[in-house]
Write a protein that binds this ligand. Structure first.
Ligand code: 5GP
Length: 180
């Protein structure tokens, strides 16, 4: 992919390289394979943004596991709307299960916080979180992120599944917005 990318009215610079992301994803998978061996975890992939991260991660998870998908949303354009909507729900019984929620990016944490609350009501044995990216300066929630690839500044990014108004998901590299 090129070093700069124009998506609609915004310019983006290449920020995290595909190969460096893959190295981190492999490290996370190795840790998960060790930590959760024998627990047959259920991975819950938060769509849409986590689809590439989850695919890369789960191809490297070698322990027995199940995979489910849920769709949540609190973003419009480059701003969090603050309103969390669960669009596609979860129809599995998770009581007593080890759950790993796979998220693309944790910003304020609001989206995931609400979802984790919903899961806890369903009495899983434990709920862990795997995220590709975290913006620590925006994070205002309390839940731990058990498996994380990168902490990044509080700036808008695209690529590796993340979009700007629907565009930009189809890149192995991650791009950061150029503030003008
Ligand atoms: P939060 O509820 O943690 O504030 O927002 C989480 C969701 O907002 C993420 O799952 C993602 O969909 C979206 N989001 C947060 N920051 C970014 C960003 O920098 N770029 C993109 N494309 N989406 C983001």
């Amino acid at each position: 992919m090129p070093d700069t990318w124009k998506l609609k009215d915004k310019n983006f610079n290449k920020y995290l390289l595909d190969k460096d992301i893959q190295t981190k994803v492999s490290e996370l998978a190795t840790r998960i394979n060790i930590d959760l061996d024998g627990q047959t975890p259920l991975f819950i992939v938060v769509l849409n943004g986590a689809f590439i991260f989850a695919s890369d991660l789960l191809k490297k998870v070698t322990i027995d596991c199940e995979i489910a998908f849920v769709k949540l949303s609190s973003y419009q354009g480059t701003q969090s709307s603050g309103v969390v909507q669960q669009i596609i729900g979860l129809d599995l019984d998770i009581k007593g299960r080890t759950i790993v929620v796979i998220e693309d990016i944790v910003d304020t944490g609001l989206t995931l916080d609400r979802f984790l609350e919903t899961l806890r009501v369903m009495e899983p044995a434990k709920v862990l979180v795997a995220a590709c990216l975290l913006k620590p300066d925006a994070f205002s929630s309390k839940f731990p992120i058990d498996y994380l690839c990168f902490s990044i500044p509080n700036e808008f990014v695209v690529g590796y599944g993340l979009d700007y108004d629907g565009l930009g998901r189809n890149s192995g590299d991650i791009y950061k917005i150029v503030e003008e």
